[in-house]
Design a protein around this ligand. Structure first.
Ligand code: SAH
Length: 211
């Protein structure tokens, strides 16, 4: 049995993975393609790992939690903020089978994310360099916006760029500990749900932390 399948089976038995399309995406995408050479051998440990520029690729269970909580389905328009290695976006695109837009503020990481996605044969992710706290107006509105860095508060532009019924997943809190929020845009306003505690690297930008 492949190490990837052992990890996915564990994430299923722990209750993190539930939906067939998400399970199949995590069985297909090779996490080693998204890691610096020295860390490839840890690809199937359930932990975050360094990817350069003081940033990290999220732990597989966090990618699972977020993909499940996002209630992804085929054909949705998705914006990710914080491309990092490109792994989460690749898993997402596997589920939606449509173009995922992913913003990254660090030039060096935007470049390596594109290279990683190429290596993995993932053609449905477009990595854009910029400040994701402003969203990405050009392709808005989005059915889902997934923020994979920690914000001090919800950047207002992200709500603006959601469709009606659209969902935003975002870790909000202090610099070293946050709550994962799921925010649904409804006709009457926004509905906020807390999905529990988490720790992400900071979201740095105009409507985020100061760098
Ligand atoms: N989803 C990534 C992990 C993200 S780590 C993966 O699968 O590997 C968080 C990333 O968010 C880092 O690469 C960091 O540089 C980026 N980031 C932080 N603030 C940002 C902003 N305002 N806009 C876009 N990216 C940002």
């Amino acid at each position: 049995m492949e190490r990837r399948d052992v990890l996915v089976d564990r994430l299923i038995s722990l209750g993190y993975l539930k939906t067939p399309a998400v399970i199949s995406a995590m069985r297909s995408v090779k996490r080693e393609f998204f890691l610096p050479h020295d860390f490839e051998r840890y690809a199937y440990e359930d932990s975050p790992l360094p990817i350069g520029g003081e940033q990290t690729i999220s732990a597989p269970h966090m990618v699972a939690i977020m993909c499940e909580a996002a209630e992804l389905s085929r054909g949705q328009r998705v914006l990710e903020i914080g491309a990092g290695s490109g792994y989460h976006a690749c898993v997402t695109a596997h589920v939606t089978k449509s173009t995922v837009y992913s913003i990254e503020r660090l030039t060096e990481l935007a470049r390596s994310a594109r290279a990683n996605l190429n290596r993995a044969g993932c053609r449905d992710v477009r990595v854009i360099e910029g400040d994701g706290t402003e969203g990405y107006e050009k392709e808005a509105p989005y059915d889902r916006i997934i923020v994979t860095a920690a914000a001090p508060s919800v950047p207002p532009r992200l709500i603006d760029q959601l469709t009606l019924g659209g969902k935003l997943l975002i870790p909000v809190g202090s610099r070293y500990s946050q709550e994962l929020l799921r925010i649904t845009k409804e006709a009457e306003g926004v509905r906020r749900e807390s999905l529990g505690g988490c720790v992400f690297v900071p979201l740095i930008g105009k409507h985020g932390w100061k760098g």
